[in-house]
Design a protein around this ligand. Structure first.
Ligand code: HEM
Ligand code: HEM
Length: 181
């Protein structure tokens, strides 16, 4: 079994695994961390600490961590293999989501997700995160957050712009698709 990472920062003892699961697989609105890149995880922890990505639990956790600790947990989770969770029905059409992710929707100015997130949603380089196998409810919720202006940490507002042009059904469909990989 993978060790349960316990992060000891300042006077607080945090087990990331208490929310993100023993194998970093996440659940529901809590994302999988296993398989994300080290650079992306570290960036998100900085963004939670500064508030450009608002979330109360993660602000508390991230602002208690030193730069060295952020480096250590990021490397730890990036090295864990992703474990697929049970299927979740979001009311999305995964086949339509796959088509949207591959060709986009030019009438609505939505680009193909795969150009930045990889042909199989496996992520590209350090800064374009993997979506394959991510929790479907979490993916949907992030798109809604960008569209609503709550999450605003995407470089060059890329994801804010894309999400602002997506309908509720578009978001469900892509979340259903990527979450099923
Ligand atoms: C999101 C890391 C502890 C709840 C995230 C993300 C990272 C992360 C990197 C963003 C992932 C992504 O963008 O795909 C960690 C680490 C922890 C930790 C390294 C331990 C040091 C916790 C704890 C909780 C929690 C203890 C629950 C109290 C959440 C939730 C989100 C999240 C709900 C999604 C936030 C949103 O909707 O934007 N975490 N986490 N995490 N984490 Fe943690
Ligand atoms: C992040 C979905 C297209 C660049 C994300 C995340 C989701 C997502 C759910 C958050 C992942 C997480 O929190 O773990 C999508 C969908 C797309 C799409 C469904 C197609 C409709 C694109 C395109 C680009 C892009 C075309 C590049 C031009 C990024 C970047 C991030 C990101 C840079 C990381 C933002 C950050 O650092 O916080 N995307 N994406 N995405 N996406 Fe996309």
């Amino acid at each position: 079994d993978a060790p349960v990472l316990v992060f000891q920062g300042n006077d607080i003892v945090w087990a990331c695994a208490s929310c993100h699961g023993d194998h970093g697989a996440g659940a529901g609105l809590t994302p999988a961390l296993a398989g994300l890149s080290e650079a992306y995880i570290a960036k998100q922890l900085h963004d939670f600490a500064t508030g450009s990505r608002p979330n109360e639990s993660m602000r508390y956790v991230a602002s208690a961590m030193s730069a060295e600790e952020i480096g250590q947990v990021s490397a730890y989770y990036a090295a864990l293999p992703h474990v697929a969770g049970p299927p979740v029905d979001l009311g999305g059409d995964a086949a339509r989501g796959e088509a949207l992710s591959r060709t986009g929707d030019w009438k609505k100015d939505i680009p193909a997700c795969v150009t930045c997130h990889g042909q199989q949603g496996e992520g590209v380089g350090g800064h374009f995160p993997a979506l394959a196998g991510q929790q479907p409810e979490y993916i949907f919720h992030q798109l809604v957050s960008w569209k609503g202006g709550h999450r605003h940490n995407s470089p060059q507002s890329l994801m804010d712009d894309i999400a602002s042009r997506m309908s509720d059904q578009d978001m469900r469909d892509v979340a259903q698709y990527f979450g099923s990989l």
